[in-house]
Design a protein around this ligand. Structure first.
Ligand SMILES: Cc1cc2nc3c(=O)[nH]c(=O)nc-3n(C[C@H](O)[C@H](O)[C@H](O)COP(=O)(O)O)c2cc1C
Length: 347
């Protein structure tokens, strides 16, 4: 089904989304508290962390929610699967739908050795025929749109995203997301948006979402209006900077990102997220999981090194509270706030 091409909404198969600014699936990041924040800040679609199809299919009924943490009232939401067996992936897709997923996405970009060794993620994408078989089985198995997230190719000598996207469209895949790096690049260098544009040219009509270094709301609008992509997924750019999402959505809605947030506004949203983590995961686990987000909030703060040294000792909700007030009291560093850099991930 062709996409509704507009800068303010996007249709993926039968699912109408309020805007084409999505949150990238990120392992260890996009859990339920993260997604609830993102939804409230205006994301058109959020996605679960990737889940191994085998783990989902073998999970006992009463532990399914732990394997794939979708909330019953969480919509619209995509569930991302990784795997390479057509039947297993089709069965897992059905479980995702039973658990409330509005869209089922397949990870064809994961570069990590333990995944590619099993022939999944970026390794599956090297075999176009096999990938088509997997996606076709899933499309036949579920009534919701099935989408795929891929890299440009394995390396620069084997770029296959345009061919892969076209082949997947032909078997009913409803949209593709293209991360503009190769598997061999992992997360280094810059995403190549000219190559992402080749994928958009290659498909007949399904939406193409771009991924990689999405950090500038105006650039996002330019790319969508120029038809380079139909939408974008924000990933590392959002770490420690919830306003990037808000400002990008505002840019598309009203042609302006609005004012940049000040230090306190940034910290207030960060704090809201930490609190949600504690509430959802419980104090012990929630605080531990929140530590890396606290580190990102500290970047650009005066006396950052001193505050960072305390992060490993955060154990209780009141430690988080104290940290929040200390960061606030320390204020913005002399160099101002700057977005943290990342070097690893799963897609
Ligand atoms: C910590 C981390 C975890 C990630 N996990 C996933 C994942 O589970 N599934 C996926 O398709 N991509 C995953 N990715 C890749 C992102 O979705 C995105 O495509 C990539 O980071 C490129 O965008 P960026 O340059 O804006 O970060 C992950 C990236 C990071 C940094």
């Amino acid at each position: 089904m062709p996409a509704t091409l507009s800068a303010s909404s996007l249709r993926i198969g039968t699912v109408e989304l309020a805007n084409p600014i999505f949150i990238a699936p990120m392992a260890g990041i996009t859990d339920r508290p993260f997604r609830s924040m993102a939804r409230e800040l205006g994301a058109g679609l959020t996605c679960s962390e990737m889940t191994a199809a085998a783990a989902l299919v073998r999970a006992p009924e009463d532990s399914l929610q732990r394997v794939l943490d979708l909330a019953p009232d969480e919509h619209p939401v995509a569930a991302q699967l990784v795997g390479n067996d057509p039947q297993m992936m089709a069965d897992a897709a059905q479980i995702c739908v039973a658990m409330g997923a509005d869209i089922v996405d397949v990870n064809l970009g994961c570069p990590v050795p333990k995944v590619v060794r099993l022939g999944s993620g970026a390794a599956l994408a090297r075999q176009v025929d096999r990938t088509v078989e997997v996606l076709q089985a899933m499309v036949s198995a579920v009534p919701v749109p099935v989408t795929a997230k891929m890299r440009l190719g394995w390396d620069h000598d084997s770029i296959n995203a345009p061919d892969l996207a076209r082949a997947l469209e032909a078997v009913g895949v409803a949209a593709v997301t293209v991360h503009g790096r190769t598997r061999c690049q992992r997360y280094t260098g810059y995403a190549d948006w000219e190559q992402i544009a080749r994928v958009k040219e290659a498909v007949e009509g399904i939406p193409v979402l771009g991924s990689g270094d999405v950090r500038d709301p105006r650039e996002v609008e330019r790319r969508i209006r120029a038809g380079v992509v139909d939408g974008v997924v924000i990933a590392r750019g959002m770490m420690g900077d919830w306003h990037l999402l808000q400002q990008t959505v505002a840019q598309l809605r009203q042609g302006d990102p609005g004012p940049d947030p000040n230090f306190q506004e940034r910290l207030t949203l960060a704090r809201d997220h930490w609190d949600r983590m504690v509430e959802f995961h419980g104090e012990r686990r929630g605080v531990r999981l929140a530590r890396k987000f606290v580190v990102w909030a500290i970047k650009g703060c005066a006396g950052a090194a001193r505050l960072r040294a305390r992060v490993a000792d955060l154990e209780r909700a009141e430690d988080i509270d104290e940290m929040y007030w200390d960061i606030l009291a320390a204020g913005e560093g002399p160099q101002g706030w700057h977005r943290p850099e990342f070097s690893s991930g799963e897609g």
